[in-house]
Design a binder for this molecule. Structure first.
Ligand code: CA
Ligand code: ZN
Length: 297
């Protein structure tokens, strides 16, 4: 078992970052993470407007995986996510679906045993810890951790949780994988711009798959397959995620492109990961693991 500490983190995905850890395919790594503000918020008096924004969205890593080469797929199994006993929820002046109807505010909430979020004395909700930022270095210029793309990044996809497996395209030798921005709870869309932001410990197994390629991130849960795509607008993100799923169904379920389209329409779902920021929108396409049909990866 390898351990990485929060201080071993980066603020972008880049082929030029020095690895914090080198492993072989199939090894287990525990990522200890800061919260998305690098723990700068410690009380409700700390508004986001007072923070150093060069220190937002850290990702712990990167990890260099010996066998990983461009064109491979990195398989990351999420075994467990333990979160801190408190989290931060806040509004940001320029971000969020209801920003025109909100004050800039910071709310600190208690999180009990990684299981229950105390939104207020009366409002308790289940904690379902998830990973906001997860990805590999892109082939080209560095991409700040606040952005998403074909490399992964800030996808804010709440199905990336305990028990999920994330598959990412490898673009550079070693993959240079990192993750961070854990939320104790977050709804689809992340409409105010934050989940319950918290520090965490994420237990993973990281493996390299040869002989398979993916254009963009892909996620497996117990019952579903998900393609994930970001775009400049919602239509673009939905189109890319749907095309990726169609391609996988044509290849693995022996369907024509049109039949795959029909099946996706009657059995699958378009879902929104994140739509709070002006910079990008992330969507996913959910396809259930239909009985007797082969795996998609
Ligand atoms: Ca995020
Ligand atoms: Zn976050």
């Amino acid at each position: 078992m390898h351990y990485l500490d929060p201080e071993q983190s980066v603020y972008s995905f880049s082929k030029n970052h020095q690895p914090q850890l080198t492993i072989n395919s199939g090894e287990k790594v525990v990522f200890r993470t800061f919260d998305c503000f690098t723990n700068q918020v410690t009380s409700e008096a700390d508004l986001v407007t007072t923070l150093d924004f060069s220190k937002v969205n850290p990702a712990t890593g990167p990890v260099f995986i010996e066998e990983a080469m461009p064109g491979n797929v990195l398989k990351v199994e999420i075994h467990d996510i333990k979160v801190r006993d408190w989290g931060v929820i806040c509004t940001l002046p320029d971000i969020g679906v209801l920003k025109h109807r909100a004050e800039t505010q910071t709310k600190i909430v208690a999180i009990e045993h990684s299981q229950t979020v105390h939104f207020s004395e009366d409002i308790l909700l289940p904690a379902v810890p998830m990973i906001g930022v997860i990805g590999c270095a892109p082939a080209g210029d560095e991409i700040p951790c606040g952005y998403s793309g074909d490399h992964g990044g800030n996808m804010d996809n709440h199905i990336i949780t305990r028990g999920s497996t994330v598959y990412l395209p490898v673009h550079v030798p070693g993959a240079l994988f990192a993750l961070g921005d854990i939320h104790a709870s977050m709804g689809d869309g992340e409409i105010c711009g934050t989940g319950v932001e918290t520090a965490a410990e994420v237990k993973t197994t990281i493996s390299v798959l040869k002989g398979v390629t993916l254009p963009r991130p892909f996620v497996e849960t117990e019952k579903n397959w998900y393609t994930v795509a970001s775009g400049d607008n919602l239509q673009e993100a939905i189109r890319k995620a749907s095309e990726d799923m169609q391609d996988l169904l044509v290849k693995n379920w022996d369907l024509s492109a049109t039949d795959a389209f029909l099946l996706m329409s009657v059995a699958g779902d378009v879902q929104i990961c994140q739509c709070c920021a002006a910079i990008d929108v992330i969507a996913r396409f959910r396809m259930p693991k239909l009985e007797s049909l082969p795996r998609l990866i």
